[in-house]
Design a protein around this ligand. Structure first.
Ligand code: R5P
Length: 312
């Protein structure tokens, strides 16, 4: 087995290698003056089971192209099997044709990965489950829920309620609620697609006098979390906590989260959280061990779903 990574989240890749007790594979990646990306694999990979770790960090398009070029280089270097490890899947929100004349880009991403020569895909918490169906190769989707639930359970939870910030996240939130043995509420959120802004209309469930944990798959602009917080406080909720898998945190999100009514915002390291993004309200939980274990199981042909028996 060989593990390689692109330039999106080398820290996570190193942590995964630490768990596996192996070194990161050596490769050279640089850009020519004409903006073309150059990749050279610096080790023999002939006949090897290769895993390439590349998450969808900024700049999204550049890093995705880098992954495709790495896969192509590995294919031509005779790797026997290539697994693309995408902790945060690119263009996951573009997963349907819900407006005229738009692209289903998450499907295009799947096609591009397969064309480049990827044999399997390993990812975490897809925005929607049906993205797995965009692939004709095997897809393993890891869930961060055991990690997030353990964290909240260890903090002690009395008078808590789990909140789904929109109808789309209700199924996911239900799993968190079941795992933690807590009631849940659902918000009726609408998004203005052109302006990327959100508005909350109704709350289904009684949040009055309760402490709330809002679970979402990702925090991008932070708009959903902030509008959710305001709606919950208006309906009499007490202390607020946020939990999300992917800390996209674009634009002003870190600042507005820091100034928000949330006591803590718990995320994972599927994306790098550094510099100005690292606000004091943020608690970052590592998914490295889970990815390391999944990589071991894939390599040894063992079940991956066994890792989530209580969370499926
Ligand atoms: C939406 O469907 C997702 O589940 C998240 O709620 C959304 O991606 C969060 O985006 P933002 O932080 O920009 O509101």
């Amino acid at each position: 087995m060989k593990i390689f990574c692109g330039r999106s989240n080398p820290e996570l890749a190193r942590e995964i290698c630490g768990y596996l007790g192996t070194e990161l594979g050596k490769c050279i990646i640089h850009k020519f003056k004409n903006d073309n990306t150059f990749v050279r694999i610096e080790e023999n990979v002939r006949g090897k089971d290769v895993f390439v770790i590349q998450t969808s960090a900024f700049p999204v398009n550049d890093l995705f192209m880098e992954l495709l070029i790495m896969v192509d280089a590995l294919k031509h270097a005779s790797a026997s099997r290539i697994t693309a490890v995408l902790p945060y899947y690119p263009y996951a929100r573009s997963d349907k044709k819900d407006q005229p004349r738009i692209s289903i880009t998450a499907r295009l991403v799947a096609d591009l990965l397969e064309t480049a020569g990827v044999d399997r895909m390993l990812t975490m918490n897809l925005h929607s489950e049906q993205i797995q169906g965009f692939f004709r190769i095997p897809v393993d989707q890891l869930l961060a829920s055991p990690i997030l639930c353990n964290y909240f359970a260890e903090s002690g939870l009395s008078d808590f309620i789990i909140v789904a910030p929109d109808a789309g996240s209700a199924k996911r939130a239900e799993k968190y609620a079941l795992a933690l043995g807590l009631p849940m509420a659902i918000l009726d959120k609408r998004r203005d697609q052109l302006n990327d802004t959100v508005e909350i209309f109704h709350i289904i469930g009684d949040v009055r006098g309760k402490n709330a944990i809002v679970f979402d798959d990702e925090i991008a602009t932070g708009g959903s979390m902030i509008e959710t917080a305001h709606a919950l406080l208006e309906h009499g909720a007490r202390d607020l906590y946020a939990g999300a898998v992917h800390a996209v945190l674009c634009g002003d999100a870190p600042r507005i989260l820091q100034q928000s009514p949330y006591k803590q915002v718990v995320v994972t390291n599927t994306l790098p959280v550094d510099g100005e993004k690292k606000i004091s309200k943020l608690k970052i939980l590592s998914v490295a061990q889970l990815f390391g274990e999944a990589i071991t199981r894939i390599h040894e042909g063992k079940s991956v779903s066994e890792l989530f028996r209580k969370h499926l």
